[in-house]
Structure formats: C-alpha cells, structure tokens
Design a protein around this ligand. Structure first.
Ligand code: KG4
Ligand code: ZN
Length: 342
C-alpha cells in the first residue's frame, strides 16, 4: 500500500490559533485549537491587534502540541498547509510566516489554502479510530456560513468551485453577533442566541425574510434593523425586552432563509448532496432544519469542526498536495480572496 499523505495544517486567520495533522484528507490525527474568545469577549468582538499578538504567542506551542499528539515529528509529515486568506491581515501573516519557517527548516512542501475551502473540506473529516463519515458525492451544493462569510457554492468536483451567491451585506454569523449585542447577550452571539432561543417562541415576532427571488444571494441587514426597531419601540413605551422570544424569532428567520435557498439551489443544480459548514453550522436549529427539508444526503461536520480549526486546512491541503500544488516561500497572505478565484 502506498504511504499515506500526512499534512500538517496551520490556521490563524481570525481569533483561533490552530494546528492539526490529517491523513489523506480524511483522518484527523491531532487537532489543537487555542481560542481567544475569552480575550475578545470584553471588547464585544475580535480586536485585530490583540488577535495578532496572541497568535504570535501561541502558534509555536500549538504546532508543537499538534505534532506531539499525532506522535510525529516535522520530518514525518508530507507537506505543510497554511491558511493564506481570507482573514485579518495581521492574523494571517503569523500563520503564514510560521509555515514558511517550518518549510524552510524542514524542506517540506508549503501549500497556501483558502480558509473557505478549508470549511468545505471539514465535511470529509473524522477522528482517528472513529468510523469515517460518508464521502460526499459530487456535484455538491455547499452553504458556508461563518462570522465573515455567507456563501452558496456549487462543487463540480474536488477543488472546482462555482459561486452561486452570497450575502449582499452582513454575514449570517455577523447578524447573530450584532443581534446578540443588541439584546444584551454575550459574545460570540451565535451560541448566546441559540441558548436564549431555547426558552423563546420562534413565532412571537414576525421578522422579515429577504428572499431575493431569482438570485442565490442573501441579505440580513433588514432583519437586524427590524430587531433593532422592535427593541427601540418597546424601550420607548417602557416595556421590558422579551429577549428569549426575540432570539428565537430572529434565529428562525435566519435559519429559514438559509435552508430554503440552499435546498432550492441543490435541486436546481442537480446536486447529489449538501454541505453546510462554517461557525454558524454549529447552530442546532439550522442542523435540524436542513435534514427536514431535503432527502439528499446532508454533510454537516461535528461541532468541533464547524468553528475555525486547522484540521480543515490540513484536509483541504491534502487535495491540493495530491493535485500538485506547491507554493514558494515568497507568497503573501491574501486578506480578501474569493473561493471562486482559487
Ligand atoms: O467559522 P467561524 O469560527 O469563524 C469565521 O470564519 O468567521 O465562525 C464564527 C461565527 C460567529 O459569528 C459565531 O457567532 C457563529 O459562527 N456561531 C454560531 C453558533 N456557533 C458559532 N452561530 C449560530 N449558532 C451557533 N450555535
Ligand atoms: Zn471560518
């Protein structure tokens, strides 16, 4: 049997410093994530300079730990994959420089990865020792929903993408974060809204759904404004804010639009499966709703692979590696880098 390809992945695009080792794009040998959530919570969002400094402090020990947990040394891996973009410039550059240093020192190939491609390839991963997840079959329609992105993508094959649409304003995760702040819930907003919504009624408020018929685009700014207007008018008449009902009604509006449009896109493009990935795919209502609206196989990664991690970067790195991609030590981070141009 051929020697398996083991890829070391490094991810520092936002506020998670992460490293992982993945075999053949499928099996996770280690997956170490240092989250900065507690540090940024007091600012109510990611503070770029603080994120960058924190990455510098943690990236070396995190990579070391990922290799240790995989019982490997750098000499045992076949390539080093690192998030090249999109993301915060000062954060990306820390991972990119770390990867370049390791590649230079070890002579291992270096591969720059698009963060969104990483989110897609999280759907192929499972933990070593666990049964492999069913392999997604092409063509696939993928919804990537995170703090920075809401993208509907058609995957014709491995590494072959067509962008169908995306948000015209706020990303879905951004809407969760902003509405959470408005309702006095914590950061990050997604989990906080999900928790508050459990005690609320999704039909309590009739918030708008932007269908943008005839396109595969999304818009969440009108919904956010509708929540704001409702909060203000209740405050004006001195009424307390029914936070749980508002959270549940807001969440229902976001989930409904995301799911209906994704399922319609899959039908329209003859997809054989649906991938939902990115931080917002951790949302319990979203996970439930997709499966209820389609008979197609739905691939949603386990929660620890929904939010940013390096296993997904190493996973995508495998397909790039076997496709022959090798990057020089002179490549730059790309803070804005659309997946369709990859
Ligand atoms: O993919 P990710 O970790 O980072 C980016 O690439 O942006 O996504 C983070 C986003 C945040 O906006 C967070 O509020 C959202 O994912 N999120 C959720 C949930 N967990 C995280 N949104 C809704 N429900 C959740 N359970
Ligand atoms: Zn992400």
């Amino acid at each position: 049997m051929e020697h398996p390809a083991r890829i070391l992945g490094i991810e520092t695009s936002c506020d998670e410093t992460a490293a992982a080792v993945v075999e053949n794009g499928r099996v996770i040998h280690s997956n170490v994530v240092a989250s900065q959530i507690e540090i940024h919570a007091k600012y109510g969002g990611v503070f770029p300079e603080v994120a960058s400094r924190q990455h510098i402090l943690t990236v070396f020990p995190i990579v070391d730990e990922a290799l240790k947990q995989a019982h490997l040394s750098l000499g045992d891996v076949d390539a080093i994959a690192v998030t090249r973009g999109p993301g915060l410039p000062g954060s990306l550059v820390v991972g990119v420089n770390m990867a370049k240093g390791l590649a230079l020192g070890s002579g291992k190939p270096l591969i720059g990865i698009n963060h969104l491609e990483g989110h897609l390839y999280s759907a192929w991963l499972s933990q070593t020792g666990e049964p492999a997840v069913p392999e997604p079959e092409f063509p696939l329609v993928a919804l990537i929903v995170s703090g920075g992105h809401t993208e509907l993508i058609l995957l014709h094959n491995h590494l072959t993408y067509q962008r169908l649409g995306g948000t015209l304003d706020d990303a879905a995760g951004e809407a969760f974060d902003k509405v959470a702040r408005l309702l006095g819930l914590g950061y990050p907003g997604g989990p906080a809204i999900q928790m508050a919504a459990q005690a609320g009624h999704p039909l309590a408020f009739k918030f708008p759904r932007a269908w943008l018929e005839g396109t595969w685009d999304f818009s969440f700014s009108g919904l956010k404004t509708a929540v704001l207007r409702e909060v203000r008018s209740l405050e004006e008449i001195g009424k307390s804010i029914p936070v749980e009902d508002m959270a549940a009604s807001f969440q229902a509006a976001v989930v409904e639009v995301l799911v209906v449009k994704t399922v319609e896109a899959a039908k329209a493009h003859g997809a054989k499966g649906i991938i939902v990935a990115g931080g917002v795919s951790a949302n319990a209502e979203l996970r439930k709703a997709v499966g209820m609206r389609t008979l197609l196989p739905v691939h949603i990664p386990p929660l620890y692979l929904c939010t940013d991690n390096a296993a997904m970067i190493a996973g995508a790195g495998y397909w790039r590696f076997t496709n022959g991609q090798r990057d020089g030590l002179d490549f730059d981070a790309l803070p804005t880098w659309p997946l369709s141009e990859v």
